[in-house]
Design a protein around this ligand. Structure first.
Ligand code: NIG
Ligand code: FE
Length: 412
């Protein structure tokens, strides 16, 4: 099956040869071709170029997108979209003055979601999660990482990971699974942290590895959650079972999580709302991708990741949603890109690089996703007719997506 797309007003993020990520001042450059064509063959990008060089081919289907822009679909490298119910009551409690921390200390927060998850059947969780997945695909996400972490029991964590596996099997979107058993300490382990860590290492991880249920290992390294030493234990164990670390750090406090992540060669360190100069310097000359989650900052009214400082230090930066019931009940990457521009002062070019190629890197899939490159997946966003790609962050509340292609097919 060959699809030919013609008269593309501008084709964004074109990379003749595949690159892993873009860093520092390179992030300001978004290569594009104006008045372009693109050919899709067997779900992959087969060719692209200027309409002046349009080859003669027999396409099964031709799509004329006059006035519309095409870019690679968003690569959302950090989500928790498998969960049960919602936490809208906590949202109202925060409006009325409680903090995220105070709510968690009263047994709300992650433990509230864990209770709901353990009380729900696998089928109920699957049905709720698939609706969220379809929603984000229609919003232009073509690859997504999904974490466990609302089970906090052997059964609950395995149940979540099986739901992720089933979603990956049933939908064309690329899904990477992360085991986040170390998301919070269950109440019964409040006075026995090592007991819960042992449960993760001795009971959860072997089962997960045996059934190939996860690609990555995560921990919430934060005051009141997992200490740096506890996080190190989790990362070490994950690595022994073949899982690469990808961790939550510096959301509320800078306690050394970044340095620990780097020590274990984490694929990414995520959140980074609170960053010291030492934290930024530690990331230089590493393979670890910093990931910012601006919708979380927006929803919790906490600082935004200092993107300008990170980029000025020559580092790369990725953007992701953090879609979850407590701190970010939104999986809209378009909003993330707009908020990064508006609140973090990233340029549209930097934000699009961060949400495509660098997001792909933060999931270990930049060889197949995140740019318009021959041989990569034909996962594409076709915009509505718009004057330029600046509209994407500028018209932040509008839905500017006309169609989404995943593996070369329009996703309805
Ligand atoms: O990434 N920070 C830790 N975990 C999630 C939020 C968890 C929750 O509140 O349910 C996050 O923001
Ligand atoms: Fe998160």
């Amino acid at each position: 099956m060959t699809t030919l797309i013609i008269n593309i007003k501008e084709l964004l993020q074109v990379r003749k040869t595949a690159i892993a990520k873009v860093s520092g001042s390179e992030m300001a450059i978004l290569p594009t071709i104006k008045n372009a064509f693109l050919i899709i063959k067997d779900n992959l990008i087969a060719d692209f170029g200027s309409m002046d060089n349009l080859p003669k081919i027999n396409a099964d289907k031709t799509i004329d997108v006059t006035g519309k822009i095409i870019l690679p679909s968003w690569c959302d490298s950090h989500t928790h979209i498998v969960y049960a119910g919602n936490r809208e009551q906590e949202f109202v409690d925060r409006i009325n003055g409680l903090t995220y921390e105070e709510i968690a200390n009263r047994g709300g927060g992650i433990l509230n979601s864990a209770k709901k998850l353990n009380e729900s059947t696998e089928e109920e969780i699957y049905d709720q999660s698939k609706a969220r997945l379809k929603e984000v695909m229609r919003l232009g996400t073509g690859a997504v990482e999904i974490k466990s972490g609302y089970g906090l029991t052997v059964d609950g964590e395995l149940k979540m990971l099986r739901v992720i596996q089933r979603l990956a099997h049933n939908y064309p979107i690329t899904i990477k699974a992360t085991f986040l058993g170390a998301h919070a300490f269950p109440l019964e382990y409040k006075g026995n942290h090592q007991g819960y860590i042992d449960l993760i290492i001795n009971e959860m991880l072997p089962e997960i590895a045996k059934n190939k249920l996860a690609d990555f290992i995560d921990a919430f390294c934060e005051t009141g959650y997992f200490t740096v030493d506890e996080t190190k234990q989790i990362m070490e164990a994950g690595i022994r079972f073949g899982l690469k670390p990808k961790i939550h750090v510096n959301q509320f406090n800078s306690i050394g999580g970044i340095q620990a992540g780097i020590k274990y060669n984490a694929l990414s360190v995520d959140h980074l709302e609170v960053m010291t100069t030492a934290d930024i310097n530690a990331l230089k000359s590493t393979e670890t991708m910093p990931v910012a989650l601006p919708s979380c900052s927006y929803f919790l009214s906490i600082p935004y990741t200092p993107a300008r400082e990170i980029i000025a230090a020559g580092l790369p930066l990725a953007l992701a949603t953090d879609y979850n019931p407590g701190s970010t009940p939104s999986g809209n990457m378009n909003f993330v890109v707009a908020t990064a521009c508006i609140k973090m002062k990233m340029t549209p070019e930097e934000a699009i690089n961060a949400a495509t190629i660098n997001g792909a890197y933060a999931m270990g899939i930049s060889e197949t996703h995140g740019s318009i490159t021959i041989g990569k997946k034909a996962n594409l966003i076709i915009t509505k007719p718009i004057p330029s790609y600046y509209q994407l962050p500028y018209a932040f509340g509008s839905n500017l997506i006309d169609a989404v292609l995943i593996e070369g097919e329009i996703f309805e």
